[in-house]
Design a protein. Structure first.
Length: 759
């Protein structure tokens, strides 16, 4: 293989160094041929020959018979220049069936090397090989235009050369009179007999002044030089034609006109130029085409009344056994998806079509505007098929609109068989069936139908608790199990297959018990259909509070082969907290006025305001502001111990929404408490701190003591209910007005006593 950059790659069997990789190992993949890095290759030939852009000829591989031209018959594992051509610039190489070669240089000379049987090297040696290149003898120096190797396809050695003067030379084997010289093997080049020499130099060819298609002919007009009387001008017209599977004719007509010999007026019916010739068919005569009254020929006997200004002759082109055949077909958009081309279904243009023969590519073309394609020069052989590169084709907006899609890809329709309006393309390989191509034969209807579709996938993952899900916890902090639902839906326009799916845990405990309504390995999901899956989330708690997972699905469109992927995340959180509150109350209420000897009952209440059962809570009741003025008169509640002036309460476990409390009573002393304020404070702590009554902001109660003991009642002075002359205690008053009256009353008592004493 030759790249655009002029580099050569080889692969396959490495026998005799055929890959040029420096070894005889086989190469399963293409790799650069060694030894050509310093040159740019213009052409590469079969069997290990390459021509560089600067005219160097390289060879490698098999060395038998001097085939490499390296001065030896040894195998060459890497390319090297053919020896003997150092001072030349090669313009073309002609194969000798891998046994050497002929080359034409830019100076018009021919060189040969390799196998030399029957004089095929043209070096004046009948039998013997040539391990280096040398000039073919007998050819006019610098005059060769073209070479045809007779050894290219078989081992009948020899060649032909066409000179600039139009002379054909041959050398080599005379088998079957093949060298055309009417003698034995030619050890040097000799002119082929029976071909009239024109004496014309092809390099002096002139271009026509006009070239106009006329029916199936091309009319070319040339400007001719002055032709003196008695002189002859030879005109040679040369061209190449393709052989076909039957004999064919090439028709040629030539006529002239000039101011002194005008053709106008000598033709019948006022014609200005001769009528075109008609194919003689079975009446073929190489001397001319008869029956044209406007153009005399030798077979007409030359009408003496008409000047000889025109002649026309046929050329027989014999049929060839190896005439190329033809392979053709159509690629169309099968909107109905039934494998049959309807009249309103359009062709698909611009798609690459690869001609395959028994697994090897023989050429590519592209579909035309109407979706048709044709390979017109297919060698005779078996095992031909075509492959359509529909995967790399891009639909047009018009094609998408034809099937009602906004986007999509091409895929194969069903294969029905080989017919003018049916698809024969395999939906998996995109290849047609195989055909055999005969000489000149035309294998039609290697058709392909394509559909336009899009592959799309949707995954939705949720639960009865939603997405994201907030899961309530129980008193122990554990969330209940929750079922997760997954829905996989085909949102495209083509069936999906080749499914895979997996659940990936990103955080927290994994889902368990995944159960789906279909087996992904055999599932074919039609457009609009869905598959459902369920799974269970367990183990979420306040200690493992969060879960996050992703469900991913992949599939492939059955029509377009488009891969698709979709996923959805789902999250859950344990919804709950641990919380509690603490309160301190008193009887009488905090802020009340009390008398000496009075009793105060304190109550501490803990309430679980959260979602979890609480344990290990502690409450500290500070009696440092109470016990100097009072003493406990009740037993300590269960769970309460005294530590100095502080009572420590080990709160029992509290369930969510429940409360627990303790109470105890103190009695004020009868003496030494006048005017004192009794202060009690409480705070709580634990793994979960209370929402109130904290250590740095405790809850407190206050009570005020107003009277001293031993004051008798004073006659005429209002007494305060509950206050005795001996100091028996009672609740006095708590309202602001009552407190004012109390103070005033005390003032009256004091004043009365002073008056009585002075009297």
């Amino acid at each position: 293989a030759l790249t655009d950059e002029g580099k050569v790659y080889a692969w396959g069997t490495g026998a005799r160094g055929g890959n040029g990789h420096g070894t005889t190992d086989d190469n399963p993949v293409a790799a650069p041929v060694h030894g050509l890095d310093h040159v740019t290759i213009a052409k590469v030939y079969a069997r290990g020959y390459a021509l560089s852009t600067d005219g160097q000829m390289f060879a490698w591989g098999w060395g038998t018979d001097g085939a490499n031209g390296h001065g030896t018959t040894a195998v060459s594992l890497t390319p090297a220049p053919v020896q003997g051509l150092e001072s030349t610039r090669v313009v073309e190489y002609y194969d000798r069936h891998g046994r050497g070669g002929y080359v034409l240089t830019d100076t018009g000379d021919v060189y040969s090397w390799g196998v030399g049987g029957t004089g095929s090297n043209g070096n004046n040696v009948l039998w013997g090989i040539a391990t280096t290149a040398a000039l073919v003898q007998g050819l006019p120096a610098g005059q060769v235009n073209e070479v045809i190797s007779r050894t290219a396809s078989n081992l009948s050695p020899g060649a032909f050369a066409l000179t600039k003067a139009g002379t054909v030379y041959s050398w080599g084997s005379a088998s079957g009179a093949g060298n055309g010289t009417n003698d034995d093997h030619n050890v040097i080049a000799k002119p082929v007999q029976g071909i009239a020499a024109t004496g014309m130099d092809a390099s002096s060819a002139v271009a026509p002044v006009s070239e106009v298609p006329v029916d199936d002919f091309v009319e070319r007009t040339y400007s001719m030089p002055l032709l003196p009387a008695g002189e002859t001008l030879h005109v040679a017209v040369r061209g190449k034609v393709n052989q076909s599977s039957t004999d064919s004719h090439v028709l040629n007509q030539a006529w002239f006109t000039s101011p002194s010999t005008p053709i106008t007026g000598i033709l019948p019916d006022g014609k200005t130029k001769p009528d075109l010739p008609i194919d003689p068919g079975a009446g073929f005569d190489a001397n001319g085409i008869a029956g044209n009254v406007t153009c005399d020929t030798d077979v007409n006997g030359q009408d003496p009344r008409t000047p000889d200004s025109c002649d026309q002759v046929p050329v027989l082109v014999p049929m060839a056994g190896d005439t190329p055949g033809q392979v053709s077909g159509l690629l169309w958009l099968d909107a109905s998806q039934d494998g049959v081309k309807d009249e309103n279904e359009s062709g698909v243009a611009g798609v690459t079509v690869n001609l395959i023969q028994n697994g090897f590519s023989r050429g590519t073309t592209t579909t035309g505007a109407d979706g048709s394609y044709s390979f017109s020069t297919v060698p005779v052989g078996d095992g031909y098929s075509v492959t359509f590169a529909i995967s790399s084709a891009t639909p047009t907006p018009e094609q998408l609109a034809e099937v009602g899609l906004e986007y999509g890809s091409f895929g194969p329709t069903i294969a029905l068989g080989r017919a003018h309006n049916q698809s024969w393309m395999d939906p998996v390989t995109f290849s047609t069936g195989q055909v055999s191509v005969a000489a000149g034969g035309h294998e039609q209807w290697l058709n392909g139908g394509v559909v336009l579709a899009n592959a799309a996938l949707e995954v939705v993952k949720t639960s009865v608790a939603g997405d994201p899900a907030a899961l309530d916890v129980d008193a122990s902090g554990n969330a209940s199990d929750v079922e997760v639902q997954i829905t996989v839906t085909n949102r495209g326009s083509e069936p999906l297959t080749g499914f895979t799916w997996a659940d990936q845990t990103l955080e927290g405990p994994a889902l368990t018990g995944l159960d789906c309504s279909a087996d992904p390995s055999t599932l074919v999901l039609q457009p609009g259909e869905a598959v459902t899956c369920t799974a269970t989330l367990s183990g979420l708690s306040l200690s493992v509070p969060t879960h996050h997972d992703r469900f991913t699905v992949t599939a492939v469109g059955t029509l377009t082969g488009t891969p698709v992927e979709a996923s959805d995340d789902w999250q859950a959180v344990a919804d709950g907290e641990a919380a509690w509150s603490l309160a301190k109350t008193a009887d009488p209420d905090s802020g009340a006025y009390v008398g000496v000897g009075s009793e105060i009952t304190y109550t501490v209440t803990a309430v679980n305001t959260g979602d979890l059962t609480l344990s290990g809570l502690e409450v500290f009741d500070d009696l440092a502001g109470v016990l100097p003025h009072a003493e406990l008169v009740s037993q300590l509640p269960d769970g309460v111990v005294a530590n100095g002036p502080t009572l420590l309460w080990a709160v029992p476990d509290i369930a969510p929404g429940q409360a627990t409390s303790i109470s105890y009573t103190v009695k004020l002393h009868d003496e030494d408490v006048w005017g004192e304020t009794i202060i009690n404070s409480v705070y709580g702590q634990g793994d979960v701190m209370p929402t109130s009554c904290l250590a740095d902001e405790p809850c407190t109660t206050e009570h005020h003591v107003l009277l001293a003991p031993g004051l008798p009642p004073i006659e005429g002075v209002p007494t305060i209910p509950g206050l005795s002359a001996t100091g028996s205690a009672g609740v006095i008053m708590t309202a602001a007005g009552a407190a004012t009256a109390l103070l005033i009353g005390l003032a009256f008592v004091a004043a009365g006593r002073r008056k009585k004493a002075s009297a």
